[in-house]
Ligand binder design. Sequence first.
Ligand code: A2P
Length: 273
Amino acid sequence: MEIPAIGFGTYKTSESSGEINPTAEALKTGYRLIDTATMYGNEHSVGEAISRCGIDRNKIILTTKLNNSDRGYDATLRAFDKSLKELRTEYIDIYLIHWPASEADTSDWRKINASTWRALERLYQDGRCRAIGVSNFMIKHLEALESSAQILPMVNQIEFHPGYRQPELTEYCRAREIIVEAWSPLGRQRVLHSPLLQSIAEAHGKSVAQICLRWEVQSGVVPIPKSNNLDRMRQNLEIFDFTLSAAEMESIDTMAPLGFSGLTPDNISRHLG
Ligand code: A2P
């Protein structure tokens, strides 16, 4: 199975009727990797866009993610069926555990993640998803999972952008051939004000956002930018007509930390209330 080098993120894309359906526009623009999650509350409109777009279903790589409230073997299987219905599809291309159960939630976190993962293995073995993986798993969560897993995760989707590249985790995944996908690849726009990125952007006649996305692709990571704006959707795909030099890559790799969303597996349940 191959996945595109860049995808379209749907978190916080606009949903209300009368506005554009961002997924439909993204498909028209050329995106073929579409990333949603039960937690985003938009599987229905993503499914609508996919079923109406006129593109063969097998040309689209659709990702969704198991919600935190559905962890555990039986609950995962039920949640998967519900996602299929919402998304109006018979299979999911990439099914991810959205956040690991972690120490801050319960001392049983290892067991819970292991039984959730067993359900994903079953879905994969039954041919109901083409790839299975995780999201926001730190090294300790991956190590724990590996001790009981029959199949290793194929993807880990993590926060990744200039100034926050989680190098140890990324290396760990690379060594196991786990594809790293980047959520918040533009660092929620904070990175757009970086003077270093601005000067590189000027040198290439590109926007800072395009420099971020290109740096991610050249780092071997799959960025999943989101946008409700057609011009920016298009712009974010136009990153394959230039190359960052080794020196430019290095300067972004080593730039000062720019902060991150603040969300971690240990505090996500507090954030979600
Ligand atoms: P908008 O929907 O108005 O385009 P991240 O994915 O890092 O969380 O960042 C998402 C934010 O970045 C969204 O608010 C989106 O706003 C904005 N964004 C997406 N693409 C671009 C771009 N090419 N230039 C500037 N901002 C962008």
